[in-house]
Design a protein around this ligand. Sequence first.
Ligand SMILES: NC(=O)c1ccc[n+]([C@@H]2O[C@H](COP(=O)([O-])OP(=O)(O)OC[C@H]3O[C@@H](n4cnc5c(N)ncnc54)[C@H](O)[C@@H]3O)[C@@H](O)[C@H]2O)c1
Ligand SMILES: [Fe+2]
Length: 350
Amino acid sequence: MVSYVVFGRGSFNQLDEILTPQRKVNAPMIFLVDHFFEGKALPNRIPLRGNDKIIFVDVTQEPKTKQVDALAHELREAFGTVSGIIGIGGGSTMDLAKAVSLMMTNPGSSADYQGWDLVQVPGVYKAGIPTLSGTGAEVSRTTVLTGPERKLGMNSDFTPFDQIVLDPELIKDAPVNQRFYTGMDCYIHCIESLEGTYLNEFSKSYGDKALQLCQEVFLGNKEWTDEFDDKLMMASYAGGMSIAYSQVGVAHAVSYGLSYLLGTKHGVGNCIVMNHLEEFYPTGVAEFKQMVAENNIDIPQGICRGLSEEQFEKMINVSKGMKPLWENALGKNWEQIMTRERLRALYEKL
Ligand SMILES: NC(=O)c1ccc[n+]([C@@H]2O[C@H](COP(=O)([O-])OP(=O)(O)OC[C@H]3O[C@@H](n4cnc5c(N)ncnc54)[C@H](O)[C@@H]3O)[C@@H](O)[C@H]2O)c1
Ligand SMILES: [Fe+2]
């Protein structure tokens, strides 16, 4: 779990105070900042000291193992060691920060650690500061990376942040569509966790709360207020906590295939899949569709049209590789239930 959590409007201003005890002599704090903020006001508020460095990270595409390895290599060459890695941005930037922190101390390539509990050595100090809410990346024990072989997280006890700063002012100006897609990641986490076979009271307690908060902000055609940013930020936190002790399910397992092959981004990819999952999550999908309609969001259709046999096979392989997700969704005999043919038919609908 994350060791320290700060929540509140304006809490970003406490960053200097928070980082001071973590500073080591001559070892800089490295701020990985979402490139969206380049030239904006936020970077000027980062409390730089000594040889600290801001690196704007390009998250046009979701994080890749190559990108993580290159960043960690660059920092080791330049500084030897660093005091910490601070990720400021959406799920992609936070995942990059978590992965780079781990690769400052673990040998080899981040691709070697894609899987469950392969990381053996703690990384350097790491803190996460979300500017989009929904992924739960701020609390999760994974960092999702696309590698040469697979799109899969570095799931480990060493992956969670040491500190997170949840300041709802930072998500205030997120574009409506992006806010919705990332927010739906949280909603879908709740449905997949609450409807899953791995469910337990820990996951249910957080999942129920996150679901309620998502319903409060995305249903009822209400005008968006600051209070909604507060709620969405806590929904993301609780949704992340919910899957920390369970798993995601069908929407994620299928959307990983899309993003591996087509580069479809996580939030929108989950929405594209969720739109067609009535048979697995009837109530959740009906409510999801209501949210889409009330918030006037377009969910892309027909993205698998015209794909080759080989491409479908690739997506099916990536998706089938997500064993814990399928097992959570469908139980131990999931392979009999979700046959390659059935998965193929589902991809064809998207
Ligand atoms: N580690 C986990 O547990 C976990 C869970 C779910 C998803 N993820 C990962 O999270 C990523 C998706 O994250 P996301 O949905 O937060 O989006 P993102 O981080 O990919 O960012 C999406 C876009 O929004 C921009 N952006 C970020 N903050 C903004 C702001 N305040 N205003 C305007 N634009 C802003 C970014 O520059 C980018 O163009 C994927 O890489 C996915 O794999 C990780
Ligand atoms: Fe997700």
